[in-house]
Design a protein around this ligand. Sequence first.
Ligand code: 6PG
Length: 253
Amino acid sequence: MMKQPHYETHEPDILPQRAAELLCWITNEAIETRGVAHIAISGGATPRPLFKLLTQPRWKTCIPWTHTHIWWVDERCVPPDHPDSNYGVAYALMVQHLPVTITHRIRGEETPWKAAQLYEQELVDAFGLEAGRWPRFDLILLGMGDDGHTASLFPNTPSLAVRERLVTVGRAPSPPHTRITLTLPVLNHAAHVVFLVSGAHKGQALFDIFFLEGGDPPRPASLVRPQEGNQLWLLEREAQIAAGLQPIQNHNH
Ligand code: 6PG
């Protein structure tokens, strides 16, 4: 019997604040112990209020950006100035307003497998990985679609089954269809995974994940279970209600 994932429920205006608190705690702890933090952020609409919040004075100073590497969980195969670019959105809302940032952009303008290969090599170089080793992100911030996809790992697609690579090419049902994504093993080697989920339309996928052990076939997001790490779902109130979950304000992780 799979343990129900840990979760918290928050009002829309509180959700990004809670995510910012976790980001602040995790990055400072990583830098105190190793002198560097590596975080990976997702695209989509849900993290945008968080990106804006992080440029506010309180959070801008709380997070040690000069020692924090910002990576992307996935990217659409479009140039960085395209409105669908995850990097482009994060740069406009957050990165360009921060004091110093060390960013690792997925090159969506390249051919897909070239972009995947370049990003994988950048991970190998930055984490000093030997063959067969996995990068251990301090924090991976994930979203979830109403079909239960996360990153660009969509149901019934080959990218979901990739276990021997760090980065692969994913196929989305909605345009831009071709995407570059971290693979499931990379997500599952993270120290902390935080899901940010909003929207009543995600209730069924959440119900499957929290009450039906992921559903059949398992929703991709249900396959994210860090082997030696923590996972926390931050659910916006309407998503929690739609999933039939009880409200939980604060999880003492
Ligand atoms: C992307 C994201 C994707 C996103 C989900 C949820 O590139 O779109 O990485 O996995 O997290 O689709 O998107 P919303 O936050 O817009 O619901």
